[in-house]
Design a protein around this ligand. Structure first.
Ligand SMILES: *Cc1c(COP(=O)(O)O)cnc(C)c1O
Length: 442
């Protein structure tokens, strides 16, 4: 398993993260346990901030909180000077409760409800990223009713789709998100928003995909957005102050993944902006929204090995005390992960096994085929790179309790999310009056 950030093997042959021995973390917090390498998260935040500072452009780096949205993480992003993206009232509430400054919060999503818009407007968030005409009309009406004016970015689909190594240049983008540049609806949205007395149109937003390892997709998106900006300036006399280029910067889950350095992604974007906006009245402020690349490789999940099943000549299943409930990504997207025995890190690999979860679902697998030492019941299995879209996507399927999350740094381990209790699992359950609450005496 590749050792990210501060992860290392200590003298006892145990995996150590943030100066904390994972065997001790298990004793203290139990398993499954999400461990976040706090120093690595901070390092990633700083890589983005430093790269933008070096560009000389005005900028905001907004952490896409959907990747891992808990109060401590919102605080950390705030401390590092980042802005924050939210996509629901729940994420907004979490950020506000954590004391994240409302002016630095941007609200995304293709179906924000009236209640959500109202909550965000009352809180005084910095920007709404309007996705469609329904939302524009709702925003306009709500802001008028409140006698206020709100900042708006328009999400546009520039006709670029990027996935890892390929980007696809599509003409008419078939996406549930945003206003299409190609068919004129983006231009119509600019006209509508710029004429509104209650909307302050800051500019446009584009997000081209996720887990991207190349710069071409971003460069092409900048080129298309710049062409669009020129066009609306000429046609409508509207000048964008902000161009948001979204997230999607890739990370290394396994050796197949070859991400660029944060600074290289940022330089490609800022250079493209300087080039394609050179004839624009003023270089726009550039916003980006990394999620995965802020927290992904800083997360490790620790499991205790339970049962195993050897099918001679076929495969050996080794089951852990979690699974698709704490990491649904392998089941959802066939995502690949690396793992190691955290309590016997020096032992030689001896067998190829497949790591199964404990859910009643054959697809509940974490890793197909991983090389490990001879695995015994009670061993500690660490799965790397689980910081993004793991806790955030965790479920209570099979009424499995969601794990605790700890931040580890410099030998300190601090709980940032408690393990759910059995009581938590039934906290929202109600038995209606007409169903007897006592065991029937038969
Ligand atoms: C998901 C998303 C992001 C973050 O994507 P990552 O791949 O986690 O960097 C940023 N912006 C928007 C609009 C998104 O939907």
């Amino acid at each position: 398993m590749y050792l990210h950030g501060t992860s290392k093997i200590n003298a006892k042959g145990h995996l150590e993260i943030g100066g904390c021995d994972t065997v001790e973390l298990k004793q203290q917090f139990g398993t499954p346990l999400y461990i976040v390498d706090e120093a690595l998260v901070r390092q990633r935040c700083r890589e983005y901030m430093d790269a933008f500072r070096a560009s000389g452009l005005s900028f905001q780096v907004a952490y896409a909180s959907k990747a891992f949205c808990v109060m401590a993480m919102c605080r950390l992003a705030e401390e590092e000077g980042l802005s924050l993206d939210v996509v629901s009232e729940g994420e907004l509430f979490t950020a506000l409760q954590a004391g994240f400054p409302a002016q630095r919060i941007h609200f995304h999503g293709n179906n924000k409800t009236l209640d959500e818009l109202e909550m965000a407007m009352s809180a005084g968030i910095g920007c709404f990223v309007a996705d469609n005409f329904t939302e524009l009309h709702m925003l306009q009406a709500l802001a008028a009713e409140k006698g206020t004016k709100v900042n708006v970015l328009l999400r546009v689909t520039p006709g670029v789709e990027a996935h890892t190594h390929e980007y696809i240049s599509t003409g008419q983008t078939d996406s549930k998100f945003g206003f299409d540049i190609g068919n004129g609806s983006a231009s119509e949205a600019v006209e509508l928003a710029s004429r509104s007395l209650n909307l302050n149109l800051l500019g446009v937003h584009s997000h081209i995909g996720s887990q991207i390892f190349e710069t071409e997709g971003f460069q092409l998106a900048v080129e298309r957005v710049a062409a669009f900006a020129m066009q609306v300036k000429e046609k409508l006399n509207v000048v964008f102050k902000v161009v948001n280029l979204g997230g999607g910067f890739g990370i290394r889950y396994t050796e197949e993944d070859t991400p660029l350095k944060v600074a290289d992604y940022v330089r490609a974007i800022t250079d493209a902006v300087k080039e394609h906006f050179s004839d624009y009245p003023e270089l726009p402020e550039i916003w980006v929204e990394p999620g995965r690349s802020i927290v992904g490789d800083a997360g490790t999940t620790l499991y205790t090995v339970g049962t195993s099943k050897d099918i001679p000549g076929v495969r050996k299943y080794v089951a852990v005390d979690g699974g698709m409930t704490d990491n649904p990504r392998p089941a959802l997207y066939d995502s690949k992960y690396e793992a190691m025995l955290a309590n016997r890190a020096h032992d030689e690999n001896e067998e190829t096994v497949s790591i199964a979860g404990k859910c009643c679902e054959s697809g509940d697998m974490l890793i197909w085929d991983v090389e490990l030492p001879k695995v015994n019941s009670g061993d500690l299995l660490a799965v790397a790179c689980t910081g993004a879209y793991n806790y955030a996507m965790a479920s209570n399927y099979n009424r499995i309790r969601r794990p605790a999350v700890v931040f580890a740094q410099d030998g300190h381990s601090d709980l940032v999310v408690k393990r759910e209790s059995l009581q938590d699992l039934i906290a929202c359950d109600v038995i209606p009056e007409r169903i007897s609450k006592q065991p029937s005496l038969k």
